[in-house]
Design a protein around this ligand. Structure first.
Ligand code: BTN
Length: 239
């Protein structure tokens, strides 16, 4: 494990480390990131000392097409650790945000390193808003914002890592069923009418399932559509 008081991005560091042979389970934690990254090239910003920011190097023996399951696994572990340590009613917005009361508490940026067609490593980068008191958008919140109390970041880190370990072992043994059942049970997305944007394409439909590769299944006017990645909007965000 490496701890950095200040770093550009834990994902960037973990990628460099993985390329130079970091063992599975190598962990990069930071108190502050100057260039934290989110999905779709967005910035991920958190004041120093407020958020839980880390990246885990995994070397799953799965096909690249199944790498999305690693991000689902991370979100599921975050959701459970937050729910159990705070009592908050947290849900998973497909593919891997954790929401409480419709606001974002955590995001996952899972990046695959490929060697030809082989998945060499997956960097699971996780940000959890723990003790932030201000937010750039009213769609985000923190444990402090929801409970009015500071929460110990490293206790939460330990719980998330334990949860990831347990789910990763099951997945590595070929058992993805429990993970998918959990993601369906605690989904903020299933059963909703959504707009899914991926690159330049936009699909509208009802989110009806998460399939065994972690894809979101949408029931659309043109039949069932399966999406491996993208951004989902619901309700008033759809406009
Ligand atoms: C998202 O919701 O768009 C994903 C956000 C992921 C942020 C985390 S913070 C730790 C790790 N390092 C990064 O640069 N990004 C991830």
């Amino acid at each position: 494990m490496e701890f950095h008081a200040q770093i550009t991005s834990t994902n960037e560091r973990a990628k460099v480390w993985a390329r130079s042979g970091a063992r599975e389970g190598s962990l990069v934690v930071a108190d502050h990131q100057s260039h934290g990254r989110g999905r779709f090239g967005r910035a991920w910003v958190a004041p120093a000392g407020s958020a839980l920011l880390f990246s885990l190097v995994l070397r799953p023996k799965i096909e690249p097409a199944k790498a999305a399951l690693i991000a689902l696994l991370a979100a599921a572990a975050v959701r459970q650790a937050v729910a159990e340590s705070t009592g908050l009613d947290a849900a998973i917005k497909w593919p891997n945000d954790v929401l409480v009361g419709g606001k974002k508490l955590s995001g996952v940026l899972a990046e695959s390193l490929l060697e030809g067609n082989r998945l060499e490593a997956v960097i699971a980068g996780i940000g959890v808003n723990v003790n932030q008191q201000t937010f750039a958008t009213d769609r985000a919140t923190s444990i402090w914002g929801l409970t009015g109390q500071n929460h110990p970041r490293f206790t939460l880190l330990a719980a998330i890592l334990a949860g990831m370990h347990q789910r990763y072992q099951a997945l590595s043994a070929g058992d993805g069923a429990a993970l998918l059942a959990e993601c369906r049970q605690h989904s903020a997305t299933l059963g909703q009418d959504v707009v899914l944007r991926a690159g330049t394409s936009t699909v509208r439909g009802r989110a009806v399932d998460i399939d065994s590769d972690g894809r979101l299944v949408l029931d659309t006017a043109d039949g069932l559509v399966r999406a491996l990645a993208g951004e989902v909007s619901t309700g008033e965000e759809m406009a």
